[in-house]
Unconditional design. Structure first.
Length: 154
């Protein structure tokens, strides 16, 4: 359970990924380049679930709203393998005027393998990235789901 910005608790959103042999490098672990792909698949699933079936494709094509990435970062703590399902926990952690930040934690067999941060900016898709404020209907969905994180020491 996670504590949201409204002080309520909510079960985390988890997207399951089957890691296959084809995702692996010669060391028999998932190729590093596939890990962002897995995280982005999980974020897309988060959008689909919370927007009633509309993911990134529908936002871009049907609503003319893009959310390109302006930042991605990863911390790795254990290898990802085909041995277990990869469970990707997706949580929105910050909603700015024109941007959203997600945290994705990837776990296998209960062990954390990676944590990533992903920042997207809201844009008008067919105007080549003209930024816009987060649409009010989307903001209304996201705000109650924002996770309250402890302040990191600097």
């Amino acid at each position: 359970m996670t504590k949201t910005s409204t002080g309520t608790t909510k079960a985390p959103f988890v997207h399951e990924i089957r890691v296959g042999w084809g995702h692996c490098d010669p060391a028999s672990i998932a190729f590093t380049g596939h890990l962002p792909w897995f995280a982005l698949e999980a974020i897309d699933s988060w959008w689909e679930t919370h927007l009633g079936g509309d993911g990134w494709f529908q936002l871009n094509i049907d609503r003319n709203i893009g959310t390109p990435f302006v930042h991605m970062s990863f911390d790795f703590s254990a290898p990802v393998t085909p041995r277990h399902r990869l469970m990707c926990e997706v949580t929105p952690v910050r909603l700015g005027t024109k941007s959203i930040e997600f945290r994705v934690i990837g776990r296998q067999d209960g062990k954390q393998c990676f944590e990533g941060r992903f920042v997207n900016v809201f844009v008008i898709s067919d105007q080549h990235g003209k930024s816009i404020p987060a649409p009010s209907d989307i903001r209304a969905i996201i705000e109650p789901l924002l996770l309250t994180l402890p302040i990191e020491a600097k």
